[in-house]
Write a protein that binds this ligand. Structure first.
Ligand SMILES: Cc1cc2nc3c(=O)[nH]c(=O)nc-3n(C[C@H](O)[C@H](O)[C@H](O)COP(=O)(O)O)c2cc1C
Length: 163
């Protein structure tokens, strides 16, 4: 792909508003891993399934592939700092410093997240430099609140239109 096309693709995608989640996994030695992810979507209703897309170099991805499980912590508008922290190259456990979390369904759950899905990996599909994981939902919860969104390289939230 030409550099020009790649650059234009980046700009097009920057103009797509996305939800923001922290995908989590637990290593064999119980070290928590987490990574900020915007490439998440609902996939199936029967059974309930989601998909997440992780770059092949992700340290979290290696842990998720090993354990066969991941947690999806869907963030609220107050969590932009959390999203920044989990997008860094900090050591895995350092990302969790000062963050309230507990193991649920075998993976880390961030206590303050707006919604939570515990998932079992059903399928992996290669997509260029990413791996798409199809996960079936085994546990879930949700609370009221405004979502965290990402648009034009900035965090924000949803605004309801009149009418
Ligand atoms: C708003 C935002 C959205 C992101 N979305 C994704 C994504 O969908 N998939 C992905 O692999 N990385 C995504 N990233 C980058 C990862 O969060 C980043 O590469 C992270 O440091 C990987 O950590 P790890 O190597 O510990 O897994 C995103 C970063 C930000 C700031």
């Amino acid at each position: 792909m030409s550099e020009g096309l790649q650059e234009q693709f980046r700009e097009v995608m920057a103009r797509v508003a996305t939800p923001v989640s922290v995908v989590t996994g637990l290593a064999d030695d119980e070290t928590p891993y987490g990574s900020t992810v915007s490439a998440f979507a609902s996939l199936s209703m029967e059974p309930p399934m989601v998909l997440v897309s992780l770059v092949k170099s992700s340290r979290l991805l290696a842990v998720v592939r090993q354990s066969g499980r991941f947690g999806l912590n869907i963030l609220g508008s107050a969590h932009s700092q959390l999203a920044r922290t989990f997008a860094t190259a900090l050591a895995p456990e350092e990302k969790f410093t000062g963050v309230d979390w507990a193991v649920e369904a075998g993976v880390p759950r961030l206590t303050g997240a707006l919604s939570w899905l515990g998932c079992t990996v059903e399928q992996e599909v290669e997509g260029g430099d990413h791996l798409v994981l199809f996960g079936s939902v085994s546990s879930l919860s949700s609370c009221a609140g405004e979502p965290l969104t990402y648009h034009r390289r900035a965090f924000g939230t949803h605004t309801k239109l009149e009418g």
